[in-house]
Design a protein around this ligand. Structure first.
Ligand SMILES: [Fe+2]
Length: 300
């Protein structure tokens, strides 16, 4: 089954805030966790959801960050300010980036582009992402006992070098962030491929996630897939990765290897003319450019 990432997904899994930038609240018997660090301008909305879902915001023990993009960690500072006891956990590379002024300046610029859309939620709060330390560096195989549920950590590079997925075996629930792509189109049927850091690693990470045969796939934007649709999406995403590489290679050949012109052609045809990709255009272009450059480099 395919669900919008909203409301109650399962007795143990609720969605905080907004369909476009969901964070997943996991309720254990003894501890609660949030997977995804959110989009900074939605900070107050995540906090409101935590209050509503958990009753007591101080019962949130962990925030697990899936990767170092601004829309997946932007709200952690705000949340930490309001829930001082919560432990912020991420790949150690994310910890490095969160101390870098230049990286944070870029993240703040990217999120400010969307302020007009979220001004009612952001209000007058200072939601700027500022340098901070993470509390727990994470690596493959780490696990967190939440009471009746264990949240385990998988390294799934490819979308970014620091991408992590979280897996709860008791629920067969996998939280891949964007490591498995994002469903696109109005009905979410087509996976958008997102190997921004490495094509090979992205495929290897998909293989690793497919091997888990999850029955719940709680994706970093928009959608939750349950039952056989979870594994089906991962397999489709795997196939789509090969196809996307071939598509990029065709455009590169058509442009005689000119990377910039291939990027422009793909954007015009695949984004503008088809109109089925709902990602913000600048974000799409940034991701597309990284992937075309990566494939152009692989070809040489
Ligand atoms: Fe994202």
């Amino acid at each position: 089954m395919k669900l919008h990432a909203s409301g109650k997904i399962h007795e143990r899994i609720h969605v905080a805030a907004n369909l476009a930038y969901p964070a997943y609240i996991i309720k254990g018997d003894s501890k609660n966790a949030m997977i995804e660090g959110g989009f900074n301008l939605l900070g107050p909305l995540y906090l409101k959801s935590v209050d509503e879902i958990l009753g007591d915001r101080n019962s949130l023990s962990y925030i697990f960050i899936t990767h170092s993009h601004y829309d997946h960690l932007g709200a952690v500072q705000y949340l930490k300010r309001h829930i001082p006891r919560v432990s912020v956990a991420a790949h150690e590379r994310v910890g490095g980036l969160l101390r870098k002024e230049s990286a944070l300046a870029l993240m703040n610029r990217l999120s400010e582009n969307q302020r007009i859309l979220f001004k009612d939620i952001a209000g007058d709060e200072d939601l700027t992402i500022r340098p901070m330390d993470i509390d727990l560096p994470l690596a493959e195989g780490d696990s967190f006992d939440l009471g009746g549920l264990v949240c385990t950590v998988l390294e799934v590079p490819g979308h970014t070098r620091d991408s992590l997925a979280f897996y709860i075996p008791e629920l067969k629930a996998l939280f891949p962030g964007e490591a498995a792509g994002v469903p696109q189109g109005l009905d979410g049927n087509e996976p958008q491929v997102e190997f921004l850091a490495s094509y090979e690693d992205y495929l290897a990470s998909l293989e690793k996630m497919i091997a888990l045969t999850p029955e719940m796939l709680c994706i970093g934007h928009g959608w939750v897939l349950t039952g056989t649709d979870a594994s089906e999406f991962l397999r489709k995403s795997y196939e789509a990765t090969f196809e996307y590489r071939k598509l990029i290679e065709r455009y590169l050949d058509g442009a005689d290897g000119d990377v910039e012109s291939a990027i422009q052609s793909i954007a015009r045809v695949e984004y503008d003319e088809k109109g089925t990709i709902f990602q913000e255009r600048n974000a799409y272009l940034t991701n597309l450019a990284a992937q075309v450059k990566h494939i152009a480099g692989l070809k040489n």
